[in-house]
Design a protein around this ligand. Structure first.
Ligand SMILES: *[C@@H]1O[C@H](CO)[C@@H](O)[C@H](O)[C@H]1NC(C)=O
Ligand SMILES: *[C@@H]1O[C@H](CO)[C@@H](O)[C@H](O)[C@H]1NC(C)=O
Ligand SMILES: *[C@@H]1O[C@H](CO)[C@@H](O)[C@H](O)[C@H]1NC(C)=O
Ligand SMILES: *[C@@H]1O[C@H](CO)[C@@H](O)[C@H](O)[C@H]1NC(C)=O
Ligand SMILES: *[C@@H]1O[C@H](CO)[C@@H](O)[C@H](O)[C@H]1NC(C)=O
Ligand SMILES: *[C@@H]1O[C@H](CO)[C@@H](O)[C@H](O)[C@H]1NC(C)=O
Ligand SMILES: *[C@@H]1O[C@H](CO)[C@@H](O)[C@H](O)[C@H]1NC(C)=O
Ligand SMILES: *[C@@H]1O[C@H](CO)[C@@H](O)[C@H](O)[C@H]1NC(C)=O
Ligand SMILES: *[C@@H]1O[C@H](CO)[C@@H](O)[C@H](O)[C@H]1NC(C)=O
Length: 812
């Protein structure tokens, strides 16, 4: 009897102990049930709670949340997108340390994948980290290693960790399309992940690495928010809470609207205050309004459909808008353009046209059925036809306008043209208009903006300069945008079909490139720097893969040079898509250019090749000059090509030239002195005299080489073939000098005689295959230019900028 009582007592005691202890930790074999509200774990100071959180009457998620905020704020969840039934579900810690979340049916919804012989307990730490502990305080698993959309102070974000936004509140079951993680350049980055393409929107993809004040390729890849509210990443990503200081509960959350915000908890009221955010102007978060949606300030940010379009799915506004009309590509349907002033859609450019008239831009878009509209910049005549309309925003100070392509028959009222009125009167849908457009209420935007306005107030209080900075920053953004002709649209990963220009390019694995090139079968050419192979990437893009030889650099140096090359984009420069640095393999992946190199076209054996006509030659000369001028003067870190020659000028399907192998001089020998570079680089016949003298190498060496190429373009054969020579030893340099003297004299002589005089010497010099079909004026100017380019005194040579201006001035 006593024994029975005693055992009963012990059992009850054990039961009681187990029950009480469940508030502190979970021991192996015990579980938390979804029904019992008391079945939760608290952190030692009670700030965090772990347990089941009801997201609707019948469904729950296993989560960690802040105990002291009035609305439960979830910091972590095991099954955010796969809730369990609110009855009969439980989470269990097994003897082996595996934590298993089971639905009422017993089905495993989530597990932490631990399998250990010495699991001790599961516990919620003061930091909000849920851990499974082994003997000797070893952490077998922790929730901090798999965050959802929130980072807590002291929670590390590293190369394997990714925050993904949740969806707007009515679509909890699906992950959002924004993410925060390290990118391929090891920068902490916000991504907008569209269906098969990701756009970088923070840090501003339009500014270079110096403007971003980040450090790329730091292999550490670490970021952490400290107890004082200061975030610091290994890439120098850095920001600080406005209420900086210890003793405040904070969280860094990638919100469903794509804005990364730092919040502080007001302990007395249990409310959250935004103390930092990546975007003070929400409309600049990319893709906020979905397909065909345009973000406007009303003054609160809101979404409207572009005119002639309607909401795709009223239950999910993030899906954006769809057309209210059908388009047919049979050419019978009459289309027109509707202007949306000071509006921009980002990305999805089909092509780029500079200095064209509005009507040219219209006809470009009109003639292409897949063109949905275009962006046009009145000031400089930049024209960007678009294949998709995403990331729309309307703000008064945008310099460009969108011209939307609509069926001529479609009635669209003027009042449906979106406008932003950040300071003006409230902007609302015109319900009396026939084509009323919809303002997408961001469901909890009202809450958010309340916080934001308070935050702005906070900042205004701290520093009035801040606001000015925001405006300047924003202006700088568009200024750079305009300067670069929006060629740096941030598209990632590079996908076919659009102009996918970005400051980020891809790293490829050796295997990938091996597959793409079918084990390096199709050789396109070879040079001093390596062999080039043709390849087809998985996305069907044709690429040229160059296997680099003699890389004398450490990985970081290689990466640094690559990061320079990756940012170079110009229509007359071959676009480098990415690289491979895998074991001992070093490769560059660049666009495949259709028509091969200029030498094959220009010096090809007679009859076997298409003859380049005069106009084409002039276009090539101009394009190469522009490309080099860009390298020398315009791009972010000036680059000397060092090996200009026809072999390095590729021709696309329109015979537009594209310079290749730029940046290789540096890539192949970073630390070497100029002299070493000369040993590796440059080709006889195109080498400026200073290569052999001890003068420093400047951009003028490229001007010299360009001069030689220009003469070869005119003459149609190589300098080395100019004098089929009695004297085998006669050096090509001497031939060139003689030719230069002769030409210089002729130019001078003729200038004395006046414009109208006979110019037979020009006819003698130019390619006989042209049969005199050339523009004398242009030819003379080009000869004069070429002669000045190959001047032995580099100071007398023009710059590439001068050269391209001169050529432009004689363009027809
Ligand atoms: C929850 O489940 C109960 C019983 O299964 C059902 O009657 C009720 O309609 C459900 N409630 C909701 C909101 O789905
Ligand atoms: C948070 O709330 C819990 C109870 O809900 C309380 O015990 C704890 O002291 C509070 N923590 C702070 C830091 O106020
Ligand atoms: C556990 O493993 C499964 C299957 O490999 C995986 O899908 C799941 O993400 C893992 N869970 C965790 C918490 O790592
Ligand atoms: C990232 O951090 C988590 C824990 O915070 C760790 O488990 C993981 O191994 C880390 N990854 C790398 C690549 O360091
Ligand atoms: C790192 O960031 C700080 C400010 O955020 C800036 O002053 C500094 O120049 C940056 N360093 C680099 C190398 O960009
Ligand atoms: C890389 O990041 C780590 C950690 O933040 C830092 O200590 C180190 O100095 C950084 N390295 C470089 C080259 O900036
Ligand atoms: C908390 O919020 C209330 C009301 O907004 C405010 O009066 C109070 O100063 C706040 N406390 C802190 C610590 O910010
Ligand atoms: C609303 O639309 C009607 C015609 O549909 C127009 O007459 C009226 O001016 C519009 N109102 C505003 C405020 O734009
Ligand atoms: C937007 O939200 C407000 C309040 O949240 C509501 O009154 C209004 O009807 C909503 N408008 C639309 C178009 O849904």
């Amino acid at each position: 009897m006593d024994a029975h009582f005693a055992s009963m007592f012990v059992l009850t005691l054990v039961h009681l102990l187990l029950h009480i202890s469940a508030h502190d930790f979970l021991s192996p074999g015990s579980s938390l049930s979804v029904e019992r509200n008391s079945d939760v774990l608290y952190s030692p100071d009670g700030s965090f709670t772990c347990g089941f959180y009801n997201i609707s009457p019948n469904s729950s998620i296993f989560s960690v949340w802040f105990s002291n905020s009035t609305e439960k704020t979830i910091v972590w969840s095991a099954n955010l997108h796969r809730p369990v039934y609110s009855w009969g579900s439980k989470v269990k810690l097994n003897i082996d340390g595996s934590m298993v979340l089971q639905d009422y049916s017993g089905q495993t919804v989530w597990t932490n994948n631990v399998s250990s012989s010495d699991a001790q307990e599961a516990r919620l730490l003061e930091s909000g980290n849920l851990i499974v502990k082994g003997q000797g305080d070893i952490i077998l698993w922790q929730s901090f290693a798999s965050p959802t959309d929130t980072l807590l102070p002291n929670q590390i974000i590293n190369g394997t960790i990714k925050l993904v936004s949740s969806s707007s509140s009515n679509r909890l079951l699906f992950p959002g399309h924004y993410s925060f993680h390290f990118d391929d350049q090891h920068l902490l980055t916000l991504f907008d992940d569209e269906k098969d393409i990701s756009f970088i929107y923070w840090p501003n993809p339009f500014i270079n690495i110096w403007g971003k004040q980040r450090i790329s390729f730091n292999t550490t890849m670490l970021g952490v928010l400290d107890n004082s509210g200061h975030f610091l990443g290994s890439d120098n990503a850095s920001f600080m809470a406005a209420d900086w200081g210890p003793g405040i509960m904070r969280r860094l959350t990638l919100d469903y609207d794509g804005n990364l915000r730092l919040y502080s908890l007001n302990q007395t009221h249990g409310t959250w205050l935004v103390t930092w955010m990546a975007f003070t102007q929400l409309c600049f978060v990319r893709g906020l309004c979905g397909m065909n949606g345009i973000c406007v300030f009303t003054p609160k940010p809101a979404c409207v459909c572009a005119p002639g379009l309607k909401i795709s799915d009223p239950s999910d506004l993030s899906k954006g808008c769809k057309p209210r009309f059908r388009t047919s590509c049979d050419g019978k349907q009459k289309m027109r353009f509707m202007k949306l002033p000071t509006t921009e859609f980002l990305g999805y450019d089909q092509s780029t046209h500079k200095r064209v008239s509005l009507s040219t831009c219209k006809s470009i878009c009109m003639s292409d059925c897949s063109c949905k509209g275009f962006s046009y910049w009145q000031g400089n005549g930049n024209c960007y036809p678009k294949s998709s309309l995403v990331g729309g925003v309307t703000v008064q100070w945008l310099p460009g306008s969108i011209y939307l392509k609509l069926p001529a028959a479609l009635q669209v009222h003027e009042s449906s043209i979106p406008q932003s009125q950040p300071f003006g009167r409230q902007y609302g849908p015109n319900c009396s208009a026939k084509d009323q457009y919809f303002i997408a209420n961001f469901t909890d935007m009202s809450k958010g903006s309340q916080n934001e306005s308070r935050y702005l107030y906070f900042y205004g209080f701290l520093s009035a300069i801040f606001f000015v900075e925001v405006i300047l920053g924003a202006l700088g953004w568009w200024f750079i945008l305009r300067m670069e002709g929006r060629q740096l649209t941030g598209v990632w990963p590079a996908e076919a079909g659009y102009e996918m220009v970005t400051s980020h390019f891809r790293r490829y694995t050796y295997k990938e490139l091996q597959r793409a090139t079918r084990k390096f079968k199709d050789e396109l050419g070879r040079g001093a720097s390596g062999v080039v192979y043709k390849g087809i990437l998985k996305d069907k893009r044709a690429v040229a893969v160059k296997k680099l030889v003699d890389i004398s650099q450490c990985e970081e140096g290689f990466h640094h040079e690559l990061s320079v090359i990756s940012k170079i984009y110009h229509m007359n420069l071959v676009r480098v898509w990415g690289f491979c640095s895998d074991g001992s393999h070093r490769m560059l992946v660049s666009e495949y250019v259709e028509n091969g190199s200029l030498d094959k076209m220009l010096f090809g054996s007679a009859g076997s090749q298409i003859l380049l006509e005069w106009k084409q030659r002039f276009k090539i000369a101009l394009g190469v000059a522009k490309g080099l001028a860009y390298l020398h003067h315009e791009c972010l870190e000036w680059v000397i090509h060092c090996d200009m020659k026809p072999e390095n000028i590729l021709l696309d399907e329109n015979l537009e030239p594209k310079i290749t192998d730029f940046g290789l001089a540096k890539l192949l020998n970073r630390r070497g002195s100029n002299k070493n570079v000369s040993r590796i680089h440059g080709t006889r016949g195109y080498l400026a005299p200073e290569w052999v003298s001890s003068l420093p190498i400047t951009a003028k060496v490229d001007v010299y080489s360009f001069g030689v190429v220009l003469l070869e373009l005119l003459k149609g054969n190589r300098v080395s073939d100019w004098e089929k020579t009695e004297d085998e030893d006669d050096e090509v340099e001497k031939v060139l000098r003689r030719a230069a003297r002769m030409l210089a004299e002729n130019v001078k002589l003729q200038e004395g005689e006046g414009e109208g005089s006979k110019q037979s010497w020009i006819g003698d010099f130019t390619d006989s295959r042209l049969n005199g079909q050339f523009n004398h004026l242009q030819a003379r100017a080009m000869i004069k230019l070429a002669v000045s380019c190959i001047d032995e005194d580099r100071n007398k040579r023009p710059t590439m900028e001068n050269v391209s201006q001169k050529l432009l001035s004689i363009d027809e």
